[in-house]
Design a protein around this ligand. Structure first.
Ligand SMILES: Cc1cc2nc3c(=O)[nH]c(=O)nc-3n(C[C@H](O)[C@H](O)[C@H](O)COP(=O)(O)OP(=O)(O)OC[C@H]3O[C@@H](n4cnc5c(N)ncnc54)[C@H](O)[C@@H]3O)c2cc1C
Length: 426
């Protein structure tokens, strides 16, 4: 019998398979994709370099990614593009720059296919069997082992293994089948399109840019980042929900927004999409012989570096479980410590992030007014999505007296944010 069956060859599943195999386990990974090292879902593919992000400080060099705190390395020889600026841009074009004074990168754009290829080769070298074109459908934990029903293009059949890792990504189908998602409600299914464009003008490279305001998008910021497709290319990430499709927002951006002139001669060279079910994080990501890792257990995403950390710790956890130790419990403790979304009161955390969400909080005129105040100031170089809004409001609150005098209605609107700051929440 197999020691370990894994659903999903994303960075979490591949890293778990490799680590468990190195520890002596007989491992099989199934994935519904036929072309394993090709990433078809939208992903901005940037490594976050903030010290301590997700309990780790990632270093990149000599053809590898070095996880300095978790203590492992991953081969990576693909293209890298440094991200030096994290810009927020207002409807009238006021630009707030979060960067380091010495312009060292805050993040690194990478080639996701190259990452998956390196992880796949590592797995195969360690003797892991990989079955592409094989979808996991259902299963059960039989106590001593786990049964999984899978389907390839010819037939449906059953697999058995002593342990199962679910690394199926954000949509949690098998996570629910095995009962781990019980009691968790889906809070929405945002749709994302990622357009890779060549031929744009006047939009900076080596940057991560967020355009705020209704003139760009009615309920989200538009995100623009580097691309590994070509030196000229940039990636535009645009969200939608329900019948408000990203494609319609992209057309408006291209033809009617303040960016229309910059996009006049641009052409689409690639387009990817995805739908992501939005669940809260699993506080206990295991039950019996089954462990859910990576995005399958997260609130939205662990991002690629987090997925590899999950895989590394999960692979080791399985080796311990097979030896009769409490590997899953240990994994769960690491999981709850490492990720910011694993907190004591997730509902309260969501409320705070809602209150400090720039797009949800401010009108276009208010965005212009506040961004204009911050232009030319040096702001923290943090890249991580939790820190950036906090750093923005910390910078804004330094102008509180001026805002009170010049714009009392906005000052009043900011009272919840002022209160969060006073309570030391950021
Ligand atoms: C718009 C967007 C932007 C992002 N930006 C970044 C970024 O800048 N940096 C970053 O690092 N990350 C980013 N991410 C997040 C990143 O893509 C994920 O966090 C990461 O891929 C999670 O890895 P994973 O291994 O958990 O899951 P995934 O990479 O999703 O892998 C899951 C695998 O499971 C397979 N699978 C699913 N169901 C089944 C089934 N039933 N049977 C068999 N196989 C199955 C899938 O085919 C897939 O191969 C972004 C994501 C999105 C949507």
């Amino acid at each position: 019998m197999l020691d370990l069956l894994i659903i999903g060859v994303g960075p979490a599943g591949l890293m778990a398979g490799y680590t468990a195999a190195k520890g002596g386990a007989k491992v099989l990974i199934v994935d519904m994709k036929r072309d394993i090292p090709v990433a078809r879902r939208a992903c901005s593919a940037q490594f976050v370099l903030d010290d301590g992000y997700e309990g780790e400080t990632l270093k990149i060099g000599d053809g590898k990614l070095i996880f300095t705190k978790n203590g492992f390395e991953v081969p990576y020889t693909g293209k890298l593009v440094p991200i030096q600026h994290n810009y927020m841009i207002s409807p009238k074009g006021y630009q707030v720059d979060f960067s380091y004074e010495d312009l060292r990168p805050t993040a690194m754009k990478f080639d996701k296919n190259a990452l998956l290829k390196g992880l796949l080769e590592q797995c195969e070298g360690a003797g892991v069997e990989i079955r592409p074109g094989t979808m996991a459908l259902k299963g059960c934990d039989a106590g001593e082992y786990v049964k999984l029903t899978v389907k390839d293009e010819n037939k449906e059949y059953e697999l058995e293994a002593r342990k199962l890792i679910i690394a199926e990504g954000v949509n949690r189908k098998l996570t629910a089948v095995f009962g781990l998602n019980k009691g968790y409600q889906c809070m929405g299914v945002p749709l994302t399109y990622e357009y890779t464009l060549e031929g744009t003008t006047g939009i900076p490279h080596n940057s991560w840019i967020q355009y705020y305001g209704d003139v760009y998008h009615p309920f989200m910021e538009i995100m623009v980042g580097e691309s590994t497709y070509s030196d000229d290319a940039l990636e535009f990430t645009i969200m939608g929900i329900g019948d408000q499709k990203p494609k319609a927002f992209f057309e408006k951006l291209r033809t009617e927004s303040p960016l229309a002139e910059n996009l006049k001669n641009a052409r689409i060279v690639e387009r990817k999409g995805c739908a992501c079910k939005n669940f809260l994080s699993l506080t206990r990501p295991y039950a019996g012989n089954v462990l859910a890792i990576g995005d399958s257990a997260a609130h939205i995403e662990v991002i690629n570096q987090g997925a590899m950390m999950c895989g590394f710790n999960a692979g080791n956890a399985v080796v311990k479980e097979l030896a009769g130790e409490k590997g899953f419990e240990e994994y769960s403790r690491w999981w709850n410590d490492a990720f910011e979304f694993n907190c004591e009161d997730p509902a309260e955390q969501l409320k705070m992030y809602g209150a400090i969400n720039i797009k949800r909080t401010l009108s276009d005129d208010e965005i212009d007014y506040l961004f204009a105040m911050l232009v030319g100031e040096q702001h923290s170089g943090h890249f991580n999505q939790y820190e950036v809004p906090k750093n923005f409001w910390t910078a804004v609150l330094k102008h509180d007296d001026t805002i009170r005098a010049e714009n009392p209605a906005l000052y009043e609107k900011m009272s919840a944010i002022r209160e969060y700051k006073k309570q030391g929440k950021f």
